[in-house]
Design a protein around this ligand. Structure first.
Ligand SMILES: *Cc1c(COP(=O)(O)O)cnc(C)c1O
Length: 422
């Protein structure tokens, strides 16, 4: 065969197997699979309750001030090259000021590294800490990109559980049991994707104490920062910068609903200068010099986006998410084989448990999602993609009527497949 001959001849024929393996487990891969199951000629429009990108819904359209800032930057012709030092500094200063509003101390522009979305922030931290022999603690359920980049960089991944009965809090006893002298960091996601949970000040304080005790860094993925609408306010992990050194990862992707603009950051919260003394700070900065900057016209627009976005935009989105979370929670309550252990208070996801035993011809969460896509043209993400078999992640950042319609279809699907009680 042609393929056999080429692999003998070409020396590059065996790329790093970890890359293909991670690709197979990525959210995108699961969604591609579901796309393949859709009945394209079906009479009803597809309702995706699976992707974390609401930008295509008119109600979630970003703030006009933000669009104006980018358009102005682009039209000026001043941001077509690589970013100047001034442009870069102004953007870092804007992010530092934005984050400092919620902290008991001030971050300086030097504490901020700019990245192309939160994804590159993740890649950067994993590159800097990754080496053989080292391990990192990641949540389960989790965000697959954390794991993929940790594995690419030769780290051992250890999962700690989020406890559904306790509002998806971190199981801190498990964290203590998992950590050893080679554990470099614990990653937390707050507000949480996929659980929709928001950690209280007290819980975050316990996480900080535990990390300090175990001598590990906290990496806080706060890409959903401020997207909260329940009784728990958003507290940035950086508030505990005196207790433990930490890195906060963020982006404008979710709060401004512009994941396509690819702008994110790493904030180094190091009140005790531990990251400076241990050279981590230096390594992070060195690594960033090797990678590309975000698009220059977005950099140029950032100071305006951060200063001029109207509060009305943020409150409109929060009000909408509160409404859609409520719709999602109450619709799911009506479905026998699906339970939601905790009503979402932040982000735009809900993690729900599937009781397979109540369904007659469905073998697991993946089978459920495939058949749901085929029969009802509704897409939800199987929990397996996030490390939780027989759970589902539902995205509710959608137009309310469309969300209701999608969940109605899930309901009739479940009724149709319910096992017959004898
Ligand atoms: C969406 C998301 C990211 C990636 O953000 P981008 O800015 O789009 O790269 C990172 N972490 C979590 C938990 C996310 O949900």
């Amino acid at each position: 065969m042609e393929g056999g001959r080429s692999s003998r001849r070409w020396r590059f024929a065996s790329p790093n197997p970890a890359v293909a393996a991670a690709g197979e487990r990525s959210v995108r891969r699961y969604l591609l699979d579901l796309h393949g199951c859709l009945d394209e000629r079906g009479p009803r429009p597809v309702i995706p309750l699976s992707v974390g990108d609401p930008s295509s819904c008119p109600s979630f359209r970003t703030a006009p001030e933000a669009v104006e800032a980018v358009a102005t930057a682009l039209r000026s012709g001043e941001f077509d090259g690589y970013p100047s030092r001034d442009t870069n500094l102004a953007a870092r200063r804007a992010v530092a000021e934005y984050l400092s509003c919620d902290l008991p101390y001030k971050l300086s522009p030097d504490d901020v590294l700019l990245t192309s979305g939160c994804t590159q922030a993740i890649e950067t931290v994993m590159s800097v800490f990754g080496q053989p022999g080292v391990n990192i603690l990641l949540p389960r359920p989790g965000y697959p990109k954390h794991e993929a980049h940790a594995v690419f960089h030769k780290m051992e991944v250890r999962h700690y559980d989020l406890v559904p009965e306790r509002g998806w809090e971190v199981d801190l006893e498990a964290v203590e049991a998992l950590a050893d002298e080679n554990t470099v960091a614990i990653v937390i996601i707050n507000p949480n994707n996929p659980c929709g949970s928001v950690y209280t000040y007290e819980h975050l304080s316990k996480i900080a104490d535990t990390a300090n005790k175990l001598g590990m860094l906290v990496i806080a993925d706060e890409v959903y920062g401020h997207l909260v609408y329940g009784s728990t306010p958003f507290v940035p992990m950086g508030v505990f910068g005196e207790t433990v050194p930490l890195l906060t990862l963020g982006a404008i992707s979710k709060r401004w609903a512009v994941p396509g603009w690819r702008f994110g950051w790493i904030a180094i919260c190091d009140q005790k200068c531990i990251l400076k003394e241990t050279k981590v700070f230096h390594s992070l900065r060195s690594f960033r010099m090797l990678t590309g900057d975000p698009a220059t016209f977005v950099l140029g627009a950032i100071p305006h986006i951060m200063k001029n976005t109207n509060d009305e935009f943020f409150s409109k989105i929060i009000k909408l998410l509160k409404e859609t979370a409520e719709i999602c929670y109450s619709e799911i309550k009506e479905i026998n084989c699906i339970t939601c252990p905790h009503k979402p208070e932040g982000s735009f996801f809900m993690m729900v448990k599937l009781d397979i035993s109540q369904l007659s011809d469905i073998s697991d969460d993946i089978d459920f999602c495939r058949k749901l896509a085929k029969e009802e043209s509704v897409m939800v993400l199987p929990g397996t993609a996030l490390g939780m078999e027989n759970w589902l992640r539902i995205t509710f950042a959608s137009e309310p009527p469309k969300l209701k319609q999608g969940l109605e279809r899930v309901k009739s699907f479940c009724q149709r497949h319910q096992s017959q009680v004898n």
